[in-house]
Design a protein around this ligand. Structure first.
Ligand SMILES: C[S@@+](CC[C@H](N)C(=O)[O-])C[C@H]1O[C@@H](n2cnc3c(N)ncnc32)[C@H](O)[C@@H]1O
Length: 391
């Protein structure tokens, strides 16, 4: 039997407040996940995975060219280990592109159950045209599964209302309850009861009948009460079709997340690369970072402050950077030595409040917090001596 390696705390690379509970783990995610299974079972609210896509590329920081079956077996094993870590209302979001998405979907269905599949997000990862290819591939996918879709639905957040949505709330009658928008006062007659068919008499005496095939939303008694309470709008001149006033102050105004995520809203690979380059102007470019805004949208939907977020393919550290700025707890796992060259300094400048890019301004991040660093097998990497400064 293979012995589970226990992550070793490394003070040298840990930073800031020690009691934060945040973890960066240097090592293969299979081993790291093994070691987490004991203490984190059922506790992780959101898992984000951005694995190598198996696109045949050799990037500066890692290779992305496994034999298809081996790639699929490897990721399936990891999904199996991740599943028990999810909380009952937890969700897992997996980035992938065209070449393996369909195989990954079938594998993930088997692990998480088809009924727990929520959706496929299409992310516009580039906005420029690639003329050298037959098709200029402008999108990637994010497969989303819930541990339990009903529980996830109850706990997931709406996205903040846009200025455009808020601007629909106005106050043409100077109502002391503040801005409102109006919705139709009649509904389909299909399931109506008799008491919903009558004529409304407006305050100016005008009679309104429901249109053909429709009935009023309330019965006559309730409608008269609502008119008295100034909750029904008859237009500026009092002659309009009756509509129901909905007040901004009484609503949780938010929008249901859609499945098409545009680069202009959540960033592109290019904007993410520029961001990483702005933090490390002299280091080799990390080729496949995700934009902070993309991860923020996922965490906005799937988590609240204090929830645990896990990323088992951390790369340049986008997930932990965003989770930190959004005051989520996090576990980030990365086996490449770029965890030292990119992730550690990125996190440290966030904790020091020195980094002013990505979502920093949007969330009002000023610095603070910390993380603990752990490793599993540093002796195995070539650069071990340089990084750990041992002889
Ligand atoms: C596509 S990149 C992730 C990029 C990341 N989302 C970002 O924004 O920077 C995939 C990363 O997974 C890492 N990786 C691949 N296999 C791994 C494994 N078995 N354990 C831990 N990390 C792994 C690679 O070294 C690479 O940094």
């Amino acid at each position: 039997m293979v012995k589970i390696k226990k992550p070793r705390y490394v003070e040298k690379f840990s930073f800031g407040n020690e009691g934060s509970g945040n973890m960066l783990i240097f090592g293969d995610n299979m081993e790291a996940l093994d070691s987490l299974s004991e203490n984190y079972s059922g506790l992780v609210k959101c898992i984000y995975l951005d694995p190598p896509y198996n696109n045949g590329e050799k990037y500066t920081h890692y290779n992305d060219d496994k034999e298809h079956k081996k790639w699929l077996d490897d990721i399936t094993k990891r999904l199996k280990m991740l599943k028990p870590l999810l909380s009952e209302d937890g969700s897992i979001w997996i980035s992938i592109d065209d070449s393996e998405v369909h195989y990954l979907k079938v594998a993930a269905d088997e692990v998480f159950g088809r009924k727990n599949f929520l959706t496929t997000i299409v992310w516009e990862h580039r906005t420029s045209r690639e003329n050298r290819k037959v098709f200029s591939n402008n999108h990637e996918y994010i497969l989303v599964y819930a541990k339990n879709p009903e529980k996830f639905k109850r706990s997931r957040n709406l996205l903040p209302a846009t200025d455009e949505i808020l601007s629909r709330y106005k106050n043409p009658d100077n109502d002391p309850r503040g801005p409102w928008q109006s919705v139709s006062a009649h509904v389909q007659a299909g399931h109506a009861v008799k008491s919903q068919f009558y004529s409304i008499i407006a305050p100016n005496g005008k009679e309104h009948k429901p249109p053909n095939g429709r009935c009023w939303i309330y019965n006559k008694e309730k409608m008269e009460r609502e008119i008295l309470n100034n909750n029904i709008w008859f237009g500026r001149d009092g002659n309009g079709v009756p509509r129901v006033k909905k007040f901004l102050s009484e609503k949780v105004v938010g929008i249901t997340p859609e499945t098409l995520w545009l680069g202009s809203e959540v960033g592109t690979t290019n904007t993410a690369k520029k961001h990483v380059l702005s933090i490390f102007p002299t280091s080799p470019v990390f080729d496949t970072p995700k934009p902070e805004q993309l991860i923020k949208r996922i965490l906005d939907i799937a988590t609240n402050e204090g929830d645990i977020v896990l990323d088992a393919y951390l790369g340049s550290g986008t997930t932990t950077a965003v989770a930190h700025k959004m005051k989520r707890k996090y576990i980030g796992i990365e086996r490449g030595s770029h965890i030292f060259d990119l992730v550690v300094p990125r996190m440290q400048s966030i904790i020091n409040g020195e980094e002013n890019a990505g979502i920093t301004e949007e969330v009002g991040w000023n610095g603070g917090g910390g993380y603990n660093f752990y490793d599993l097998h540093p002796e195995e990497i070539n650069e071990h001596k340089r990084i750990y400064q041992v002889n």
